[in-house]
Write a protein that binds this ligand. Structure first.
Ligand code: NZQ
Ligand code: ZN
Length: 389
């Protein structure tokens, strides 16, 4: 096991109706709050009214900044930073999924910073301070509700980039599984693909031995594989959503990468896709992850065999263990297809036109390798996009 330091300070408030506590939780940080959300789902579902009532009851004044798009944009982050500074706001409260939360984190880190907030994403600077962030999660997917990450798209050049900082760990996150009942099929499936990818990025590692976290990851994957079809069949299955929502948070709150080095190549390769084509992150992962698996398979077939057996229940053939190992990849593809996800880029209407451009961007002109399990240069990245076609 690798040495590690682990600290996750996000307070999780989990269960039915917990959004009613948002006022009291927010008031612990500030009475002047930026309420940051997306394209209107929170109004259609009635969540907005419940949150406003709780915030008002706690004596909190609210400045609103709606309009976060999936693949959140830098221009709206700048608008949020301006509002927080001008109005002296002390907490950024994100309501939604990864997009609203990531945008809130960017605003929070940008407010006390004198330079341009994009510096953090460009790797030119690291945040030294940030406003506190709180969240009300409405979609289990990105895990941003308890992660150090934020991913923003700069419209100029359509660059989608991330940074990680402990300063942007949300101070509290409210997780009410009932809020997910209103999700459309496609968003459920995208979220499941993202959660599973966060687990698999961590699973495919060269760190040895890591038995405890291997088993935790396998158990979390099996939980998601069990719960996802249940919420697909019955959208108000609270018990299944509760499993999925908590698994989604644990998948990405850094617990499951303690003592091991994750890969993250597929995520970087996907970020170029959603940067270039503005597709949902989970939808992109459903095409890239199986392609990545096929390309790196021979680096460690034994790991793929364990994945097939422990996660998918594949029966190990002693005559042809490689066939059993590859069966794990086929099961993953079949599972994602059963949720309605496209597992090839063609299914997203994407062809080979921009492969060169994306491979060059992802590897910074070939100067940078992606991933840790098997570090990938531009040739391998191009090949993964091709395998995904
Ligand atoms: O904008 P509204 O109207 O709210 O609609 C949203 C949005 O269109 C809708 N939605 C959310 N909750 C709903 C709902 N519709 C009905 N009922 C509800 N309860 O769902 C759509 C997608 O929302 P979004 O926030 O974009 O989804 P997700 O949570 O998948 O976030 C994706 C973003 O997170 C980034 C991705 O790259 C992408 O930009 N990621 C962030 C990470 C992090 N910070 O740690 C890690 C991830 O790997 C990921 O990269
Ligand atoms: Zn992800």
């Amino acid at each position: 096991m690798d040495d590690f330091t682990f600290r996750n300070p996000t307070k999780i408030i989990f269960g039915r109706g917990t959004e009613a506590r948002v006022g009291e939780e927010a008031a612990a940080f500030s009475t002047k709050v930026l309420l940051h959300y997306g394209g209107g789902s929170i109004k259609r579902t009635g969540l907005y009214d419940r949150l406003m009532a709780s915030l008002a009851a706690a004596g909190i004044s609210v400045v609103e900044l709606p309009g976060v798009k999936p693949n959140p944009r830098l221009s709206l982050v700048r608008e949020g930073i301006r509002l927080c500074r001008e109005r002296g706001l002390g907490l950024v409260l994100a309501v939604g999924g990864g997009s609203a939360i990531d945008s809130a984190k960017a605003i929070a880190a940008g407010v006390p910073y004198e330079g341009d907030v994009w510096d953090f994403y460009a790797g030119k600077a690291e945040p030294r301070a940030a406003l506190p962030v709180g969240t009300v999660l409405t979609i289990p997917a990105a895990g941003s509700e308890a992660s150090t990450g934020t991913v923003i798209t700069k419209e100029d050049g359509w660059l989608k980039r991330a940074f990680n900082s402990e300063l942007v760990y949300p101070r509290f996150s409210i997780l009410d599984p009932e809020l997910a009942f209103t999700l459309p099929d496609a968003q459920v499936a995208n979220g499941v693909a993202d959660i599973m990818s966060h687990l698999m990025e961590r699973y495919f590692t060269n760190s040895r031995p890591v038995e405890f976290t291997d088993r935790l990851i396998e158990a979390t994957l099996r939980t998601v594989i069990d719960a996802a079809p249940r919420v697909m069949r019955k959208r108000d299955d609270y018990d299944a959503w509760a499993e999925l929502m908590w698994a989604g948070t644990i998948a990405h709150n850094n617990l499951l990468n303690t003592g091991r080095e994750g890969d993250w190549g597929s995520h970087e390769i996907e970020h170029e896709l959603s940067g270039a084509y503005d597709i949902a992150h989970g939808a992109g992962l459903a095409t890239i992850f199986p392609a990545w698996m096929k390309l790196v398979f021979s680096h460690d077939p034994a790991r793929f065999l364990r994945y097939a057996v422990e996660v998918w229940g594949v029966e190990q053939s002693f005559v042809d263990p490689e066939r059993s190992a590859r069966e794990g990849i086929a099961r993953l593809e079949a599972f994602w297809s059963s949720l309605g996800l496209a597992i090839r880029l063609a299914g997203l209407g994407i062809g080979s036109e921009r492969i060169e451009e994306m491979a060059a961007k992802a590897t910074e002109g070939g100067s940078r390798k992606l991933g840790h399990f098997l570090p990938l240069g531009p040739d391998e990245v191009r090949e993964i996009y091709r395998l995904a076609l």
